[in-house]
Design a protein around this ligand. Structure first.
Ligand SMILES: [Zn+2]
Ligand SMILES: [Zn+2]
Length: 730
């Protein structure tokens, strides 16, 4: 049994957030320290943060050990979180320090507790409005009265602190001393909830029963759009609060957070804590500390909230569990949905996976009885899932470079005559996906990536959607230098909007694409305007499929229903099915009956047939059977390996070595495919070569992979990325 406390001068091991391959031995400081204590330790000339991880390894001369500099004023990391970090690191083959960094990402943790001067909006008006002053006040308004320090506010508004001092002098801002890190308002589970239908009440009570058991368990809560999923899982949150435990609600998109917080406030009479990249430094630290001390009962956040130091986590809700944004694709590669299940299993918590269109993984786990499954069938209010119909594009006559078929056009005109809204859906940002030179046939590509530049006419620039590089729209062809011959090919939402303006000259048209709005607030306002009826036609990308409610919307026209079916991604069918159903679900969420029209060149495609018939279970069963036959997830295991380097030969060299030394994989029953250039063969100037490892389900693949890659010498210039359960194959 490991000691729980280390007396002053006793050696102990400290895991730091620095990229070292193991914990280091230190001496406990004056006053001693607990196992799990957050500490500052000397490392070379620096001081770094770490956590007391266990007894000392003891392989160092004790006389040479340095002492822990100090213990931070926060509760020690609980054993449950330490175990979670270790298991998550093992599962994703991530070095422990990188995992620990995820769990200590709170700025100013090492600062001493004290009060701080904060700024709030005041009553006064500035005598003279300058651009800089305007920006400061806009930031304050944008964050709805949250308090900032002078430095934070100056940084966010991009002004000097003297601008802020001026505003304070004139009373437009007020200064006050606030204790750092106050607890969040108390949330009351008995505060008025919405009346539930019979169906919803039954689901809510089943979830509550699970929570009251105090045991781990995962429930797939499946309900069509508008079935009241949120109301149901908020009752699970209420049950968790009644047990005196904490709840975490994960959302797929920050833009949805503020609307959701308002909903929670209405249900529980107080605003819960927030955790995502849009939260200020000060508020992040407050959330982190209050979660640890029990001063935050509910956290609403992004996937990284899974690594917060909860004192007693009783429930994790993963809303829209199928959403691909739960998979972190940068740095530490983990899937928040799977990690939520892991963490809950370690702290006897419940998991609720909520979705209208679950992932095949969760569906299969429910079929195999690993997860409980609850279905909400009746839609809230009078409406039902909209009627779905295909428009067979082979039978439609369209002019060149137009995408709205006569049939779709007629349907939109009918809605306009009734004063109802239509949504034209196209999952492509920008004006045109390809820019081609009519003189020489050259397609403008990103200089750093194997990707075409996408025209964004609104910005008058070409942009690479892989690395973000943008260049002004060139006059002359970069290849043959002939002027005036560059032409767009194919549609993006901006181009579709242009066509819609010609086809429907009377219509008020709004475009919803994530890149067209400067801030989350501007986007939210536009969504509200549209919901209030300020547009006849909404043109949108994938973001409109998520959660936003437009009561007047009764028609959805999918411009290219075949788009997602191209390519070799093993989840192409699943994703298209989910996306089409979500988008269609935007139509007719109220009393008005909805219609969804899917423009397609292959209406007989099995996926489209399943979408049109609405036979969900049939689709899942067919898809499951196909994956089972192919031995791919969720019925087999996959690991993606990307070797990248500025030199193509170096990348192939390492990849070939891996293939040559793959006996250890074959012995374990796994196969390796490749190497081959990745579908996107170059990103940010680095060539990318892919290997794919496949194995039957029972194999503990991580262990084998770790052994395998250890045998291969990787040069400094070459990077090896291991992606367990890859979600994309680019
Ligand atoms: Zn690029
Ligand atoms: Zn040219």
């Amino acid at each position: 049994m490991d000691p729980e406390f280390f007396d002053a001068g006793q050696p102990c091991a400290v895991l730091t957030t620095q990229p070292l391959d193991r914990a280091l031995d230190y001496l406990a400081p004056e006053g001693g320290c607990w196992l799990g204590a957050y500490v500052e330790v000397p490392l070379g000339p620096r001081r770094v943060m770490g956590v007391v991880w266990g007894p000392a390894a003891g392989d160092y001369d004790r006389a040479k050990l340095r002492a822990i500099h100090r213990v931070l004023d926060v509760p020690p990391m609980r054993e449950e979180l330490r175990t979670f970090i270790i298991k998550a690191a093992d599962y994703t083959l991530t070095p422990l320090p990188a995992m620990l960094r995820l769990a200590t990402r709170a700025p100013g943790l090492t600062d001493p507790p004290a009060t701080r001067r904060i700024l709030r909006l005041g009553q006064g008006e500035p005598d003279r409005m300058t651009d800089a002053r305007q920006r400061v006040l806009e930031v304050m308004h944008e964050y709805g009265g949250l308090a900032f320090t002078q430095r934070e506010l100056a940084d966010m508004a991009g002004v000097t602190t003297s601008v802020i001092k001026g505003l304070v002098k004139q009373g437009a801002l007020t200064e006050e001393d606030a204790p750092k890190d106050l607890p969040f308002p108390h949330l009351d589970p008995a505060h008025k909830g919405k009346d539930l239908t019979e169906d919803q009440a039954a689901a809510a009570s089943s979830l509550a029963k699970g929570i009251n058991s105090g045991l781990y368990g995962t429930t797939l809560l499946k309900g069509v759009t508008g079935s009241g999923k949120t109301e149901v899982y908020l009752e699970a949150v209420a049950a968790c609060l009644r047990q005196g435990r904490q709840a975490l609600v994960l959302l797929p998109e920050i833009a949805l957070t503020s609307e959701f917080l308002t909903r929670l406030e209405a249900r529980f009479g107080g605003r819960p804590a927030e955790w995502h990249s849009g939260v200020t430094m000060t508020d992040r630290r407050r959330t982190w500390k209050m979660v640890a001390e029990g001063g935050a009962q509910v956290v609403v956040g992004a996937r990284s909230a899974l690594f917060l130091p909860f004192r007693d986590l009783g429930l994790i809700v993963v809303d829209e569990e199928h959403d691909t944004s739960y998979k972190q694709e940068d740095g530490v590669l983990y899937n928040a949905r799977d990690m939520a299940v892991l963490r809950a299993s370690l702290c006897s918590a419940r998991v609720v996976l909520a979705s209208a269109t679950p992932s095949l993984e969760s569906w299969a786990n429910a079929e195999a009885r690993k997860y409980e499954r609850l279905n909400l069938t009746s839609r809230f209010g009078a409406s039902v899932m909209p009627e779905m119909r295909a428009i067979d594009m082979r039978a439609e006559t369209l002019a060149a470079s137009t995408w709205i078929s006569p049939t779709l056009r007629k349907a939109v005109e009918e809605r306009m005559a009734l004063g109802q809204q239509s949504l034209l859906f196209l999952n492509r940002r920008g004006y045109a996906p390809v820019t081609i030179c009519r003189a020489c046939g050259h397609q403008v590509a990103c200089p750093h990536c194997d990707a075409r530049m996408v025209e964004h006419r609104f910005l008058k620039r070409l942009m690479c959607h892989q690395c973000g590089e943008t260049i002004p729209m060139p006059e002359a062809c970069p290849s043959c230098h002939v002027e005036g011959k560059l032409a767009p090919v194919g549609p993006g939402v901006e181009r579709l909007a242009e066509e819609a303006a010609k086809v429907f000259p009377e219509a008020r048209i709004a475009v919803l694409s994530s890149d067209l709005f400067g801030s989350a607030r501007a986007l939210k306002e536009e969504i509200k305007r549209i919901a209030d009826g300020a547009a006849d036609i909404v043109i949108g990308t994938q973001m409109v499929a998520k959660g936003h409610n437009f009561p007047l919307l009764t028609l959805v026209g999918v411009i290219d229903a075949d788009l997602g079916l191209q390519g070799s991604d093993l989840r192409a069918a699943e994703r298209t099915f989910q996306l089409m159903r979500q988008v269609a679900g935007r139509a007719g969420r109220t009393e008005l009956k909805g219609l969804a029209l899917l423009q397609t060149f292959q209406p007989e495609h099995p996926v489209l047939r399943a979408i049109l018939s609405g036979d969900e279970e049939g689709f899942w069963q067919a898809e499951a059977a196909e994956r089972q036959a192919a031995g791919v997830p969720p019925y087999g295991r996959m690991v993606g390996i990307i070797v990248s380097s500025e030199e193509l030969n170096d990348a192939f060299d390492v990849a070939n070595q891996l293939t040559r030394h793959s006996e250890v994989l074959r012995e374990a029953g796994a196969q390796v495919y490749g190497p081959a250039p990745a579908p996107i063969a170059r990103i940010r100037g680095r060539h990318r070569v892919r290997l794919l490892v496949k194995s039957p389900k029972g194999v503990f693949l991580q262990k084998v992979i770790a052994l395998w890659v250890r045998n291969v010498r990787v040069r400094n210039t070459t990077r090896l990325t291991i992606d367990i359960d890859p979600q994309n194959f680019l």
